[in-house]
Structure formats: C-alpha cells, structure tokens
Design a binder for this molecule. Structure first.
Ligand code: ATP
Ligand code: MG
Length: 736
C-alpha cells in the first residue's frame, strides 16, 4: 500500500514522530510546529501501516471544533475515513461512556447535563436550604470550590482539613449538592469526568473492556490537562496502552482552571521508556511574527526550553495602533478588515482576539453597522441564552420529571401565577422528603394542602408536561391520542408554542422580545439540521436526549460553522490551536491584558504572558496589536497604559501606525473651559496622598498623577479594588 502521503511534506522530526515504533511519546514543541498535524498523521500511520483497527484508537482534542477538524483532516488521509475511531474532548468522551454504562456508574438512564449557570442556581438553593448566609458562602465560590475538588478527583469524604470550620461548611454544601444532583439525575461538567474515572476504578470489567479496546491513546494540548484527566488517561492506559501526547509548556493557559503543566514532566516519569521528540520548525507564521512571539515568551522563567525557527518570509512588520478609546480601536480594526475583504474577499481570514468576553461588544456594533458577517465563539453563547434555556428546560422536564433545575426554570416562565411562597413551600417539602420538586407537587396536590389558585396552576403545568412527554415518545405516541412521531424540530416547535413561550416573548415589552423569538426560531432550525453521531446511537440515546446533550456540551463554543465566511471573534483562550491569516490582538492594556489581578502574582503574570504568546502565534501573515488610551469599563472611563507585553516585542519589529497624538478634544474638555462650565462643579485640586472616595471602587488614596487639564490621570490605591488609573475629569472622586 502506498503510504507516502503520510510522510511526504513532513520534516525529519515530524516523520520520526509519525512513524515511531510502538511505545510512549511526548511531542514537545512550540506553536505552529505541526504538533496537531503530526498527531493526525500518526493516526493515519497506525491504521494504514501498523494495521491498527480504528476502533482501537482514542484521540482527545481540546474542543469539539478541533475534534471536527481532526475528523475532516483524517477523512482526507485515511481511506474509509474515521469510521469507528473515537475522537472528542475529555468531557465528550466521558459523557459517551456514562451514557453507555449509566447503571454501572450509578446514574439514572436519562441523566441530564447541568451547565455552570444551572449549577450555580442549584447551589444557591442548597445554601439557602441549609440556612447559610449567602454573603459568607457565595454560591459562585462554592461552585468553584466544588468543581476544583472534583477536578482533583475528590469526594466530600476525601477532602483534607475537613475540620476547619469554613472548609467543613463547603464540604457540607458539596454533599448536599451531590445529593440533589443524584436525585434529580443531573451531572455537571466536572462530574462527567469524575464519574467516568470512578467507573474505571470500581468496575474492573468495564475498565478491562476499554483497556483492551483503546490500545492507542493520543492527546493534543496535553499541557492543559488537569489532575483528573491525567489520572484518567493513566488508568485507562494501564500496562498495555500506548500513549502519544503532544503539547507546549509555553501554551499552558488554563492553570486558573486547575490544569497542571507539571503533567508534561510527570508523563515522562510515569510512562516507562517514554521518549521525547522535539519539533523546532514553525510553519505557520512569518519570521517577524515568530521573532515577536519568541521575544515575549523569553521573559518567562522555568521553561522547558524550545527553539523555534522558520524559513518563511520576513513578512510585514507588526502594526501597532494606539487608539484614542475603545470605539476608535473598534473603528480602526473594522476598517482594516473592510480593506482586506475588498482586496481578497475572505472575511473568515480575519480574527479579532481579546482577553475577556465583554470586549466583543464594541467590535460587534461596528461590524453590524458595516454589514460585515461575523461569529462570536464563546461569549454570547447560543445555548446559554435565557430563551433557549427556557425552551430546553421544558424538553428536559418532559424527558426527566426529576430534573429540578429544569423544573425551576420552566415552572414560572411564562408566568403562571405560582407565587414565591408556594414554591418555597414546595422546596421545603422536597428537601424534607428527599424528593424532586415534581414529586413534591404531586404530593401536595394529593394531600390537598395547596391554595386553589396555585393548585390549579400547578395542575395545568403538570398536565402540560405530561402531554409533551406523550407527544414526544415517538414510537409509542401512536398508542395515545397525541400526534404520532413528531420529529425533533417539530417537538421543539411544539414545545415553544404549547408552553406559551413564543407568546410570552412576543409580548415582552422589556425590549429585545423580537430577537428572542428569532432565537427560538433558530433553535427549531438548529434542531432540523441536527444529526445524531454514530457514538450517540451507540450509546443508545434517542434524538431528543442526544440533542440536549449536545446543547449542554457545546454551549461554550458558540454557533459558528467553520465554513461560513465570517469575521471570527473570540477570546485568546478559545483561540488555542487555531490559526488565521490576519490577527488583531486588541485591548493590549495594563489592567486588562495582563489582567489587574495577574499583575500581583508572578506565576499568574507568567500565565498571562503565555496567553500573549498564544495570541501572537495565531497569526500567519499579518498581526495587528492595539490598545486604547482610555476605555470605559464597568461604567467608568479609565486611562490605561499600554500593556507591558507590547514593550516586550522588539521595537524594530513594530510599525507604529499613528504617532500618539491627541486627535480631537473630547467633549468633557468643556469642564475645564472655565466660566459657566455647563453646570459642572470645579474639580477639586489633586494632592498626592489625598484620601478620596469613588462611587464604585470605594475609598482610596491618590498616589500619583500625570498629564494636565482634561487629560490628567491619577492613580488611586483603592482599599478593596487595588490600584487604578482614572481619568480625573471623569472619575467623580470626592475628597475625604
Ligand atoms: P499549536 O501549538 O498552535 O497548536 P501546532 O504545533 O499544533 O500549533 P499545526 O496546527 O499542526 O501546529 O501546524 C501549523 C501549520 O503549519 C498548519 O497550517 C500546518 O498545516 C502547517 N504545517 C505543519 N507541518 C508542516 C510541514 N512539514 N510543511 C508544511 N506545512 C506544515
Ligand atoms: Mg495544535
């Protein structure tokens, strides 16, 4: 068989990795050196040269999008494509396992996945139910703590320092939350993985089955695996599995979420005979872009040390734009994109990358104004929008009555006149009996303890859900009076209409009701395009459960389709592993990127620097970097200094697009015009050491000042919020 296509077009180190003899391998290499490409070709090599059947291969990617891309690349290089091969994210793979082995894993058959928003709601109720003070035990923090414990593989009984009073309370919350989830048949993201891991440990037959099956494990972006993911792979590999991992310690950017870059070195210790192969040639970027990336990352300590070079063109210099404010920045970026599209035609070549989701809005506004198609990945997540979750809650409840998270969402949307008192009473009952809300309603109705109005409302709610259930049963629907066998899109349409959701949003006077109805229609469209994967069928899911699971698992990845010709907007975190001809790295300001909190701790700052490295190395031909001199954040105008990362790029690689001059006098300059200054009070004189109070940030001390008049900026050390630079004219400070 001719397999030259698997090695042609690879360099020596890449070939060595692709065609390596059996064993464990760590491919350690910088950005754009072909790690993902090597991993894909390795799969082709195993199946075509080594005669490994595709079903013996498990390949783990970081996002569903990456899994999809890997499948389509494999279709190109492996005859017969990816049939039987397992490719997915850790969560996706764990989910499939649990669907198939729900009984052994101690779950209910139709368990539902809980997203982080619903998780927090449940925890909030747990905290309230335990009579705890929410201010002392904020649900957000409890959720974070519980997820962290789960990511470390810990159940309440195995947590250290449980006798510390605060820890003890969090452990109690964890326990109560676990019970709630178990009873309601809900599984959060971290739980998917922990359960799947526990399944290995407690069921030797299941473990043996998968150890025998998946003898080849390949993992991309290995530097961002967490403790549990690592343990999961180790157990699964056992003594016979062969593990091939690829990663780059300089791109470890999920430490804040529990990822352990130490796993890279741990791997070499835990897997006997593991061999490291380094790739050093970058094929992605121009030499200018690569030099900039290398210079920035060189500032970090404790690196595993990698050389990265390219024989690519020098390319353009990096364009730096110092915007006047965030709108000017957006205007600049969109103008450049327009020019590019006019010349080359492809919107999807352009990516705007930012540090935090909230930054997308300004760019979106400009894109809409200019009529340019765009996609936001992450951020504005389709499946996380309120109206979409409302509609899905009905479907979830219809397929599992004990899903309390869905019950809580559906019961009063649209409003049914079921008051808070009634609901509180139901929650109390449910807690007391250890039952679901649904059962509590049935009990209360049976005992006749509800007031007339609430009783009627709840009765018709129950009838509505039961009716939906009958309608959706597909096969058995014909047995009832319900319309037989609605397909998925019809089921969703039916739910949206019969529950009154559509009317509710159509008559919503709070604005954007129309957009919400459009989103509901889009949900029907999404459902009509939905196709079950072979894995879904394998796992015995019906179409509705498969759809609901996909909605939960893909919520974080936005609605973008790779082939749409759209400008791409995403956070730096979600840009990992991707590449674009033209990249705009925006909001390069101290306090934003690096973020304020990261500047106080060296290891956090280094993680931010790795994020800058990831950002720079996404660009193939042209990189733009920009910062705004003033930016409205949290409702306050702040003056921002350029990010230190800009200063770490060698100046000879940079082309400053506009010298930093004041373009126009801002409106607030009038304040300083003297005379009848539009009713403004004369600002107080600035004294260093002056104690001041700010409406949002509280009290602090002025520690430095620069500039004059309308452009004067002051640095204030706030007691609670740390140090901030503010435009004095806007800051609204009061002397204390
Ligand atoms: P990242 O660290 O960002 O995930 P990576 O190391 O996974 O990057 P790839 O995405 O696999 O890198 O490859 C980067 C680009 O270089 C891709 O466009 C890929 O097709 C191309 N490439 C990789 N190896 C070669 C090669 N030997 N010849 C030509 N192009 C290559
Ligand atoms: Mg990659």
């Amino acid at each position: 068989m001719d397999v030259s296509h698997l090695l042609d077009g690879l360099n020596d180190a890449q070939r060595e990795a692709v065609s390596a003899p059996p064993g464990h391998y760590l491919i350690l290499a910088g950005a754009g050196s072909g790690k993902t490409r090597v991993l894909t070709h390795r799969i082709g090599w195993l199946t075509q040269v080594e005669g490994v059947p595709p079903w013996a291969i498990l390949s783990v990617t970081f996002t569903n999008k990456a899994a999809g891309e890997m499948r389509s690349r494999l279709d190109g290089i492996v005859p017969g494509g990816t049939q039987g091969l397992t490719v997915g994210t850790f969560h996706g793979i764990a989910h499939r396992l649990l669907r198939r082995h729900w009984r052994e894993a101690g779950l209910v058959e139709g368990f539902q996945i809980l997203d982080s928003d619903d998780q927090q709601r449940i925890i909030k109720r747990v905290v309230a139910g335990m009579g705890l003070d929410e201010a002392r035990f904020p649900p957000r923090q409890a959720a974070w703590q519980i997820n962290q414990w789960k990511d470390e593989g810990k159940r309440p009984d195995s947590i250290e320092h449980r006798d510390h009073p605060v820890t003890r309370t969090f452990v109690e919350i964890y326990k109560a939350y676990e019970q709630q989830c178990q009873r309601a048949g809900l599984v959060d993201f971290a739980e998917l993985l922990l359960r799947a891991h526990e399944l290995w440990l407690k069921d030797p037959y299941v473990l043996k089955h998968y150890q025998d099956r998946w003898r080849y494990l390949l993992i991309d972006e290995f530097q961002d695996t967490n403790t549990l993911q690592y343990a999961w792979i180790r157990v699964l590999a056992g003594s016979t599995g062969q593990v091939f991992v690829v990663g780059d310690d300089d791109q470890a950017i999920y430490g804040w979420r529990g990822a352990k870059v130490e796993n890279v070195q741990q791997f070499l210790r835990d897997f006997p005979g593991a061999k490291t192969i380094r790739l050093e040639q970058n094929y992605r970027s121009t030499s200018t872009i690569l030099k900039a990336a290398n210079a920035v990352i060189a500032r970090n300590g404790g690196r595993l040390g990698k050389q990265l070079w390219t024989d690519g063109d020098e390319g353009d210099r990096i364009a730096l734009y110092a915007a006047y404010n965030e709108q000017d920045e957006a205007r600049f970026v969109i103008e450049r994109i327009r020019e590019y599209i006019a010349e080359h035609g492809n919107a999807r070549d352009c990516a705007i990358l930012y540090r935090s989701n909230a930054q997308s809005r300004n760019f979106e506004e400009q894109l809409i104004q200019r009529n340019l198609p765009y996609r936001v990945y992450g951020g504005l997540r389709f499946f996380e929008r309120a109206e979409i979750k409302d509609a899905l809650a009905y479907l979830r409840l219809a397929s599992n009555r004990h899903d309390d998270a869905a019950f809580e969402r559906a019961v009063n949307t649209p409003t049914r006149g079921i008051g808070d008192r009634t609901l509180d009473e139901l929650r109390r009952r449910a807690r007391q009996d250890g039952s679901s809300m649904w059962e509590a309603v049935l009990n209360e109705i049976a005992m006749g303890s509800l007031a007339g109005r609430a009783k009627n409302a709840l009765r018709s709610f129950i009838a509505l859900i039961d009716e939906m259930h009958r309608t959706f049963r597909g096969g058995d629907a014909a047995a009832d009076d319900a319309p037989a066998g609605l397909d998925l899109a019809e089921q969703i349409e039916h739910a949206i209409t019969h529950t009154g959701l559509r009317d509710f949003y159509e008559n919503d006077k709070r604005g954007n009701g129309e957009a919400r109805v459009e989103n509901l229609d889009e949900l029907v469209n999404v459902a009509s395009r939905f196709e079950m994967t072979p894995e879904d069928t394998d796992a015995g899911l019906n179409e509705l459960s498969a759809f609901l699971s996909h909605a939960a698992l893909e919520a974080g990845e936005g609605q973008g389709e790779a082939w749409d010709d759209c400008v791409q907007l995403m956070t730096l975190h979600s840009a990992k592993g991707l590449e674009f001809p033209i990249v705009f790295l925006v909001g390069m300001e101290e306090g934003l990127f690096p973020s304020q909190r990261s500047t106080e701790e060296e290891n956090r700052l280094e993680e931010e620097r790795r994020l800058a490295y990831v950002g720079i190395t996404r660009a193939r031909q042209k990189l733009y970097v920009s910062h705004a001199e003033s930016r409205r954040m949290h409702g306050t105008e702040m003056l921002a200094r350029p990010s230190r990362f800009l200063g770490e790029i060698p100046p000879e690689l940079i082309d400053e697009l506009r010298p930093r001059v004041q373009v126009s006098r801002p409106a607030y300059a009038d304040r300083f015009a003297g005379g009848g200054g539009g009713g403004f009070e004369e600002p107080m004189p600035v004294k260093l050491g002056q104690r001041v109070s700010h409406p949002k940030f509280g009290e602090g001390t002025i520690v430095s000042a620069e500039g004059a008049g309308a452009h004067m900026r002051v640095q204030v050390n706030f007691e609670d919020e740390g140090s901030k630079w503010l435009v004095y004219a806007y800051a609204n400070l009061t002397a204390l």
